[in-house]
Design a protein around this ligand. Sequence first.
Ligand SMILES: Nc1ncnc2c1ncn2[C@@H]1O[C@H](COP(=O)(O)OP(=O)(O)O)[C@@H](O)[C@H]1O
Ligand SMILES: CC(=O)OP(=O)(O)O
Ligand SMILES: [Mg+2]
Length: 403
Amino acid sequence: MSATRVLVLNSGSSSVKYQLLDMRDSSRLAVGLVERIGEEASRLRHTPLSGGGETREWTGPIADHEAALKAVSAELAKDGLGLDSPELAAIGHRVVHGGKHFTEPTVIDDAVLAEIERLIPVAPLHNPANLTGIRTARQLRPDLPQVAVFDTAFHTTMPESAARYAIDVETADRHRIRRYGFHGTSHAYVSRATARLLGKAPEDMNVIVLHLGNGASASAVRGGRCVDTSMGLTPLEGLVMGTRSGDMDPAVIFHLARVGGMSIEEIDTLLNKKSGLIGLCGDNDMREIRRRIDEGDERAQLAFDIYIHRLKKYIGAYYAVLGTVDAVAFTAGVGENAAPVREAAMAGLEQLGLLVDAELNAVRADEPRLISPAGARVAVAVVPTDEELEIATQTYALVEENA
Ligand SMILES: Nc1ncnc2c1ncn2[C@@H]1O[C@H](COP(=O)(O)OP(=O)(O)O)[C@@H](O)[C@H]1O
Ligand SMILES: CC(=O)OP(=O)(O)O
Ligand SMILES: [Mg+2]
């Protein structure tokens, strides 16, 4: 029997999310997560789904991503799903920054590794973790194809007018400063799933995708191709996020350095880790923010209002970029679950054809669904993302093609 399984690794700055899938029917055999890597109380949660096994949790120090992946490998082995299995066809890695070079999923060799390494300065939070994941996986199964699926790939179709910053061209080119965009695997998957929901071909429609997770980004997709997205050189630009500021006057940075006496490192940490919702109100989880709002907490309300105001600006901007819009799709943790966010983001946009039906918006489901009233000019939809399935699908297709 030929190998049909794919292990997907999504290595974040302090976490590894993973899924083992059987690509004959795209079923999940195991899913799990290692969190707080590098801390005293790292946590591993592993759920085998094939044999009806129970979730296992373990807390203790996991020093780095190499140790994390070895712990994952040991957990999988306990269920007879170890990395040594002959049924494993490939390992698919989420790689956040692929620069301009990588426009497709790519089989990883030493040259690809070197390029991902070269891109560390423009993805200091993400690419080092991705690299360690790849190196450790190669060490564990040197014979197996390892495939990189890049967050930036879907956005490489952006025209220069959207991808360039208005700064000196020579300086920008020398330092490869341009807008790359991220969460591309999700934007691609969700824009296609939205077309499917509406019974249309992706080529025949324009969609605004709102990926609202801890990191958040919006994209304008014309006929299945990305024409603009809110993240830029790094995942800091754009929407208000859990811990990141998103857009602001770049002169804030000069001011913090000159007047505030802060170092570049301190400002980097401030804007990436201590800003956004957490900086505004002390919480980055939308559930907690909504709970506080229900209790009359004004700081939580203001954080929510700033979040929505920015989101609305991007919806309007991408409406203008696309000219005509067939659908707006909400996805990721906040987009899929937070009905008040969807309601507030769409409020007052009736003239753009954007309407939300309160009853449909209140429905909880794992399936793609419409929340706009019947007959609305523009479909508003909730479309759950599945980056892991998309990475597995792309990885397996590439391996099959090369077989
Ligand atoms: N039931 C819910 N209601 C509101 N927000 C939720 C709910 N579940 C999750 N979230 C939000 O989703 C976020 C996580 O989104 P997710 O897409 O998983 O992010 P990431 O992949 O960046 O970790 C949480 O921080 C929280 O704000
Ligand atoms: C690129 C990015 O922001 O990813 P995440 O949302 O996983 O942090
Ligand atoms: Mg995510």
